[in-house]
Design a protein around this ligand. Structure first.
Ligand SMILES: *Cc1c(COP(=O)(O)O)cnc(C)c1O
Ligand SMILES: [Zn+2]
Length: 393
């Protein structure tokens, strides 16, 4: 395996792999759910070694993976289709529009990527239990992968999560702790639980390998796009880990000399859950106090990875925008009609952002655009039923 170390995003301190587990101990003495995390760690590889291996014809994405293959579960969860969206491209007048369809991950969302790597890391550490708080998808992902690899999943999830997600969790046999509160409350309870129980906490952003897991989506896009980086990627954001992961994948490729530029990342949030957007626009952090949106997977008061997400948007020369629930549900319909892909509201948010960006002429429609579809519509059919019924007069 290629050597790596961890580096604190705030103070720059370096740590060897087993000297630290979650956040930088100096920058995060009391990580609370009330504010975005400080001291999030970044995995820094020996990029010269990767470049050398690659130039010798060893074109294996495993070079970018910080957990040895021998510890990985012996099944795949991602490797999802990357397709040219011809009909949708005609409708939107974007001739080079592509979709990376992560609604086809094993448990139905991109979160499988992070959970997969976390289960591998637990295996390496000899731990049998993984713990997470989640609005639903991270919990489903962790529970599914734990089920397939003989690990135990302890899950803190708000009782308001959509029925299908709660049903997935029950079926996968997770140790389910239903929280009478929101995601931030679930997050707090999971941290308390982790302090007194053995196990690896998979909370998003809290463990650096969640970002490393999610970055594999970019590595796959690179390979499926003939080893090239696209111009724009539209990403819906809640905690800001997916967009940070998307950035990290291209950043690794860039530092290894395999691409010449990092795609411009466009961050799309729901109007009511817009803390990253406001941090990007004003430079000041304030929570989204009432993050009520149909896009449950991106509903969050305090996005854990807000700072890193804003960094990713800025360094990639991208931008951020917000869309209404109405625009999200319209986008779900447009996506389904034009591609055959049924995306959950949080995933349709990325398309709502693309449509809005085209309407405001914020992007060049002739460039290569990738729409990241992060989760499956079957996880929340009630939202679709409400929308469709509201259109029937
Ligand atoms: C989690 C999730 C997101 C957002 O990811 P963050 O890392 O929280 O920004 C987007 N779409 C879906 C379907 C998700 O499950
Ligand atoms: Zn630090």
């Amino acid at each position: 395996m290629i050597h790596f170390h961890y580096e604190c995003q705030d103070c720059g301190k370096k740590f060897e792999r087993d000297d630290v587990r979650y956040l930088c101990p100096e920058c995060s003495p009391n990580a609370l759910p009330e504010v975005p995390l400080k001291g999030v760690l970044r995995v820094v590889f020996d990029y010269k070694a990767i470049a050398r291996e690659w130039s010798e014809g060893h074109h294996d994405l495993q070079l970018f993976c910080p957990v040895e293959k021998e510890f990985h579960p012996d099944f795949e969860v991602a490797n999802t289709p990357f397709m040219k969206a011809k009909r949708l491209g005609k409708t939107l007048k974007t001739p080079r529009l592509y979709i990376k369809n992560d609604s086809l991950c094993m448990s139905g969302s991109l979160k499988d990527r992070a959970s997969f790597l976390m289960v591998a890391e637990a295996e390496r550490l000899g731990l049998d239990t993984l713990i997470t708080a989640s609005t639903g998808n991270a919990a489903c992902a962790l529970s599914a992968i734990c089920a397939g690899s003989e690990k135990k999943a302890v899950i803190f999830v708000p009782k308001s999560a959509p029925k299908a997600k709660l049903t997935q969790l029950r079926l996968y046999g997770a140790d389910l702790k239903i929280v009478d509160g929101n995601y931030d409350q679930a997050y707090r309870e999971s941290l308390l639980y982790s302090q007194s129980h053995e196990g690896l906490n998979r909370n998003t952003a809290y463990h650096p390998l969640t970002i490393e897991g999610k970055k594999t989506v970019s590595l796959e896009i690179f390979m499926q796009n003939n080893q090239k980086a696209p111009d724009y990627i539209f990403v819906s954001a809640g905690d800001g880990v997916i967009i940070s992961g998307v950035y990290k994948g291209f950043y690794d490729l860039y530092l290894s000399g395999l691409i010449e530029k990092i795609p411009q990342l466009i961050c799309v949030q729901a109007e009511a859950s817009d803390a990253i957007h406001r941090l990007f626009v004003n430079g000041n952090y304030a929570p989204a106090l009432h993050p009520d949106t149909v896009a449950d997977s991106i509903s969050v008061i305090n996005p854990g990875n807000a700072y890193m997400a804003v960094d990713a948007i800025k360094t990639s020369k991208g931008f951020s925008l917000i869309v209404s629930d109405q625009e999200i549900m319209e986008a779900q319909k447009i996506l389904a009609e034009n591609t055959g892909i049924y995306a959950e509201p949080a995933a349709s948010t990325a398309l709502a952002g693309l449509i809005k960006s085209l309407n405001t002429q914020s992007i060049d429609p002739e460039k290569e655009i990738v729409l990241l579809i992060t989760g499956n519509g079957l996880k929340d059919i009630d939202a679709s039923i409400r929308y469709l019924d509201s259109k029937v007069e």
